[in-house]
Design a binder for this molecule. Sequence first.
Ligand SMILES: Nc1nc2c(ncn2[C@@H]2O[C@H](COP(=O)(O)O[C@H]3[C@@H](O)[C@H](n4cnc5c(=O)[nH]c(N)nc54)O[C@@H]3COP(=O)(O)O)[C@@H](O)[C@H]2O)c(=O)[nH]1
Length: 953
Amino acid sequence: MHITWNYSLVFLSILVAMIGSFTALTHAQRMRESSGRAATLWMVSGSITLGLAVWSMHFIGMLAFHLPIPIAYDLTLTLLSVLPVILATLLGFRVLREIRISTRLILVSGLVMGAGISAMHYTGMAALKMSPDIGYNPLSFALSIAIAIIASWGALLMMYQGEHIKLRPLLRFVLGAVIMGLAISGMHYTSLLGIIIPPGSMCLASGLRIEPNILAMLVSLTSLFWFGGGILATLFDQRMVRQNSLALAQLQAAHAALEQRAQQMAAEMTRELRESKGMLNLILDTVPQAIFWKDSNSVFLGCNRIFARDAGLAHPNEIIGKTDFDMPWTHEESIAYRADDHEVMSNNAAKIHIIEQQHNAGGAHIWLDTSKAPLADSEIFGVLGIYENITERKHLEEEMRIAAITFETQEAILITDSDAKIMRVNPAFQEITGYSKEEVIGQNPRILQSGRHDAAFYQAMWAALRDTGKWSGEVWDKRKNGEIYPKSMTITAVYDDNQQVSNYVAVFTDISQRKQSEQEIHQLAFYDPLTQLPNRRLLMDRLQQAMAVSARSGRHGALLFLDLDHFKIINDTRGHAMGDLLLIEVARRLQTCVREGDSVARLGGDEFVVVLEELSSRQDEAATLTELVAEKIRNKLSQPYALKEYECHTTPSIGISLFHGHLESVDDLLQHADVAMYQAKAAGRNAIRFFDPQMQTALDMRADLEADLRHALEKRQFRLYYQIQVDRLHRPLGAEVLLRWAHPERGLVFPDQFIPLAEETGLIVPIGLWVLETACTQLKAWQRDALTRDLTVAVNVSARQFHQANFVAQVQRVLLESGAPPAQLKLELTESVVLENIEDTIGKMHEIKKLGVSFSMDDFGTGYSSLSQLKRLPLDQIKIDRSFVRDIAFDSNDAAIVHATIAMSQALGLNVIAEGVETEAQREFLDHHGCHAFQGYLFSKPVPLEQFEELLN
Ligand SMILES: Nc1nc2c(ncn2[C@@H]2O[C@H](COP(=O)(O)O[C@H]3[C@@H](O)[C@H](n4cnc5c(=O)[nH]c(N)nc54)O[C@@H]3COP(=O)(O)O)[C@@H](O)[C@H]2O)c(=O)[nH]1
């Protein structure tokens, strides 16, 4: 079908498209420059404007399109065709609202808008309602759509990415509008160029049928009117915006001026504030206390330098935002601080002088005096704290407290001024001296002097104080009651800052007790507690001194060793208490016998030593003088002793050893005197003997004897001799076994020579047992012979042997083992054996008697046993000592003693036997006076067993 064109309308359509595009783009620009609802309004109006521009261009373009058939437009579709383009533009403009418009956004927006334009066009074409339908050349169809999209992109790129093109914005807008207008109209006419309307086609639309030129004019005018309104609105809005901008600029200028002024004022205020803050900080840092302030949550807001230093911070500002738990003090301390904060804030009341300890940053333990107060304006917003480090003060207080306590000590303290005038005394001083402080303050300490020290003593004291500032020593002073007492004192001079003595402090203790204890200890250590005489230790010391003196002076000295004769018997018979009294009296008498420079000592028991000094340079003279003293002593000690109700007698045996310098040792000297004393004893007691070298020989012999004795038993050197005991008709009653020592060199040694030694060394115990065993074995052997079957055997038992704890068991065992008849065994005990621990003796004797063994009291009359004691002993026989028998015929005393002994034995129902019977006269006397059993050389000496048995035959 042939198509013709009205080119005026074509031109008009393109113009409308461009003007509409321009209007729409200005709206789009306003949209971007506005915000909120205004932007939306511009977006909608721009979309409608572009839609209208496309639609008007299409409509005018279609009026320029002439077909040879009548055509009309379906009104509804024609009107509806505007919607796709409006909607697409809305969508495209919405994209353009973004602040930053990227190329991608432009591509999207252009695509949408191109699609909208195309949609509008082909919808508008459909409004023709051609029959058959209009066909489209596919190439022109595609090209039309491409032109719509590409031209839209071009317009938008020009608008929003065209800043590189050096054009004024308005020109860019115009160019954009031209491109957009070309896009719309290009699309339109490209599409129409490819339109295919077959011949015979008919337009079925029944729309408006108005003169196309008039309609074109109407549409054009309406559109242009719209576009003009739009441009006006844009211009108005721009103007408004410009005015607003101007107003804004003015406002901003005013604001800037105001701000500048404000800044000036702020700077000024800041400067002033800085100055005042600086002053405040200066004040805070100058205050000698630590200051801090916290908010209501106990978070630090600030502090001064002292606090910062205590907290270990380099600068006070570092405290801000920290809490106590960030500080170096302990967790517990932090809790306590926060509790104080809370208390202060909740009570709205200050808390002052909280004395507390804290661990500061250096780890030191310090004392703080803290005060806290609430910080408030309209309400409490924090707490202000201030504290002072009072550690020094605390230490001072502590020292003063200690000093005060020290002053209350047990030691007396006296403080004087530099002139020695008493200023202060403590309670201990008052207690020790008896003076109240009122009595002594203002006085000179010399009121305490006892007078025991001379002026030199005090001069030395003051000299020491002057030279060293100190004196200590022991002083004898006087109490108020006049009692003189020793004290241990230290005086210290106190100096002032100018090194001048300001005070003297004397500290002393009463050492009376100590002195007394020392004295007691000394007494115990060096003196015999019973007699108060020097003991062995002190004697040795004095002896050393005496020898030293002798060495210097060349004069002889003498050592007298005394032993009381038979003291043991007195002790045992009269009791130890009486023995003690005797020893005390002996000591007293001894002291009266010597000069002041001489010494009397007690070695122990009944042994005393006297040391005589400075006798003479000649030995013979010294010996004579010593003998005189010894004689005096012997005489004095031999006088009766009245001990309570008893009268006692004793005599001393005195051994003397002279000394001259250090020729011999102290021990040797003592031993020599001891040996001499034994000589005196051996000489019958109550005697005086000087030590001489022969004595030493005897001593050595004794040592040799002891060595031999120790091996005698094992070497079977002992023998038993038997001495017969007979009745008045000379019939054998039995025998006393007597010990002999058959020594290979010494020959036959008699008991007197070794029994005392055996007693001393304890060897008597095994020896005595051997005697008992041998005697019992013999007794048993004799049972086999009628001649010997009834004989008794008497065995001597020594003290040491008898007092063994197991002596009874020993006898029992020996009897059992030997099979000897106990009734024929007789044990001979001496008085000294019996009287030593008499209770034990009686007990043992009873036990042995129960075994069937009998007892004979040996050497009767030589001891000190009393009748009352004898009565208690379970004796069977009394043996009259040979010393009484010897002179029985000549000595009436001995005769009387023997007579009395026999009578007493008879009275007590005891047998009596006499030993040492050597003559017929003695035998007759004894027999005549009632003693009918005899032992002595008259009948036989002690003989070996074989001779004894021969004797029986
Ligand atoms: N503990 C023990 N002591 C014993 C033992 N054997 C002896 N002794 C004691 O030794 C003392 C001396 O004994 P001894 O030298 O044997 O003298 C005895 C007789 O020989 C002697 N005696 C006897 N008759 C006479 C006499 O007529 N004249 C005279 N001059 N001497 C005589 O007497 C001694 C016996 O004395 P006694 O024992 O008192 O009966 C002696 O005292 C024994 O104690 C022993 O084994 N154990």
